[in-house]
Design a protein around this ligand. Structure first.
Ligand SMILES: Cc1ncc(C[n+]2csc(CCOP(=O)(O)OP(=O)(O)O)c2C)c(N)n1
Ligand SMILES: [Mg+2]
Length: 533
């Protein structure tokens, strides 16, 4: 007689889940009973926050939900930060946890791992959180979770199984086929109105966000059809390739792009929150739109946040783009089109504004010279901040980090592991600082164990450099920012990784070329010459 825990594994397997991230405990062992008999791979992190970040990186690359098995109480409080990070960036994540027996819920008697109300804790960082009160409900609740992942704005979902439910007999349940849920298409009248406004626009501007990552072909066609300079959020990077004549990059916080935004007569924003960490990293409130704003977003409420549009179109990004394209002249890509000339003028100014970062440009030239197909998974450090402005890649889902949105230190390493597991054939470079790495250093052990070959590019300035500068700018005596920094090379060796300090760019290129495929390579770069003036 199979149990609910075993049935769950079979149902997940049938719906295409191939990887689960988790640390087992006495409360979840019954979720593990069925795993060895399935095709699902189990990855063991060293902390539940690592499980959540791995699932996040896996989801961003694969487009599929990242799935975690987590114990009651401390496991759930540990993963909460990663769920919040995924919530902020609209990442699909399925967190399955245990919880105490139904008849023990909410009693406060001090049972093992007991929380007053575990589900309430996750409610704020999920599309929904659900306590399974009967075995029979399981297929329908799982189906609702997948409906969130594929039919609406993706967000984490938490399903908790009481201990007596996990072990309850489930032999009478049949594994169900997945019922696909469609994504919303735009209302026709609104879409026609948008197309008419865009056809009449003299100085259009296109703003694309992470909601467009599955619509790369359409994004390129739309930029061309509109002849519109195009700004990408960090999560949308790669939608237009480097050197594209209409690409403004991700520089919405810099003056030249802001001036262009003010001068634009029609702005089309698709799948973007228009949020602070992409449009105003200087926190001065000066990203402003001069012309008319048309927004397309799958989330009705998001259409009205931050900037009020004259046309708010609730739709899946790709469907709306396809329908718009059918209503617009095809256009062609020309270096001398009005849109390309407006873009080139901005790019010339940007090159001047960013000239102080020539050393970072050289670093990225070395990285991409050695590994042109690399994916960059970042934390929140100097190489990430500079790369957000300097780096363009051909292809979405190749550049993401925790410098935007929720902004959690420690994200980079586990997320890079998840990313590499999702697409093992593509090199992954984790951009991380000495501060950020110390949050999740132990995940090096998980990577060695799972034979995951990632490159950890450690930018070492022996401290919380960004915060130190921020204190200095505000005339605060730096405190708590010059942290003791361990010998990372020795530590990495201790974890079983390859590790070396890069002497110069040529040495760095050599190290990258020889990176092992089956365990991490940590490359330490000192924030000093020759890598930094
Ligand atoms: C969980 C968490 N705690 C604190 C911070 C605040 N914070 C942002 S950047 C930063 C410094 C990070 O240091 P490091 O990773 O070495 O990068 P650096 O700024 O030195 O390049 C800190 C402490 C944060 N973003 N997340
Ligand atoms: Mg640092």
């Amino acid at each position: 007689m199979s149990t609910c825990g075993e049935f769950l594994v079979k149902q997940l397997e049938a719906w295409g889940v191939d990887t689960v991230f988790g640390i087992p405990g006495v409360h979840t062992v019954e979720l593990y009973r069925g795993l060895p008999h399935s095709t699902i791979r189990h990855i063991t992190p060293r902390h539940e926050q690592g499980a959540g970040f791995m699932a996040d990186g896996y989801a961003r690359v694969s487009g599929k939900p990242g799935v975690c098995f987590i114990i009651t109480g401390p496991g759930m409080t540990n993963i909460l930060t990663a769920m919040a990070q995924a919530y902020a960036d609209s990442i699909p994540m399925l967190v399955i946890s245990s919880v105490n027996e139904r008849e023990r819920l909410g009693l406060g008697k001090g049972y093992l791992h007991e929380l007053p109300n575990q589900r309430a804790l996750t409610a704020g960082v999920t599309a929904f959180s659900h306590t399974l009160m009967s075995v029979e409900e399981l297929p329908a609740v799982l189906a609702r979770a997948f409906a969130v992942f594929e039919g609406q704005r993706p967000r984490p979902v938490h399903i908790e199984l009481p201990l007596d439910i996990i072990t309850a007999p489930a032999g009478h349940l049949r594994v169900q086929a997945r019922s696909s849920v469609s994504r919303p298409a735009p209302a026709l009248a609104q879409l026609r109105e948008a197309a008419a406004k865009l056809r009449a626009a003299k100085r259009p501007l296109l703003l694309l966000g992470g909601g467009c990552v599955a619509a790369q072909v359409e994004a390129r066609a739309l930029a061309m059809a509109l002849d519109a300079p195009t700004a990408l959020t960090i999560n949308a990077k790669g939608l237009l390739p480097p050197g594209h004549p209409l690409l403004l990059g991700s520089n919405q916080s810099l003056v030249p792009v802001r001036q262009l935004a003010l001068q634009a007569d029609v702005v089309l924003a698709i799948g973007t929150e228009l949020g602070e960490t992409d449009y105003d990293v200087v926190f001065d409130g000066n990203f402003k739109l001069g012309g008319e704003l048309i927004r397309i977003d799958i989330d009705a409420q998001q259409l009205l946040r931050n900037f009020a549009p004259s046309l708010a179109i609730q739709s899946d990004a790709r469907l709306a783009m396809r329908m718009l394209l059918a209503d617009l002249p095809a256009g062609e890509l020309r270096a001398d089109s009005p849109g390309a000339r407006r873009t080139a003028a901005v790019q010339a100014q940007l090159a001047e504004d960013l000239s102080g970062w020539a050393h970072y440009r050289q670093l990225f030239d070395t990285l991409l010279g050695a590994l042109p197909q690399a994916r960059f998974v970042g934390d929140s450090t100097q190489t990430v901040y500079s790369g957000n402005h300097l780096v363009e890649l051909d292809g979405a889902r190749r550049w993401f980090n925790s410098s935007t949105g929720y902004g959690t230190l420690g994200y980079g390493l586990p997320a890079a592991i998840g990313a590499r597991l999702a697409e093992p054939g593509r090199p992954v470079i984790c951009l991380i600082g000495d501060g950020g790495l110390q949050f999740s250093l132990a995940e090096l052990a998980s990577a060695v164990e799972a034979r995951v070959g990632i490159i950890v590019l450690l930018w070492n300035n022996c401290g919380y450099g960004e915060i130190k500068r921020y204190m200095q700018r505000r005339d605060i005596t730096p405190l708590g920012v010059d942290i003791y920094t361990p010998d990372f090379i020795a530590l990495a060796h201790g974890f079983g990784c390859a590790a070396e300090r890069a002497r110069d760019h040529a040495h760095l290129a050599e190290l990258l070329g020889d990176a092992p495929q089956d365990r991490p390579l940590l490359i330490e770069i000192a924030e000093a010459p020759p890598f930094h003036p």
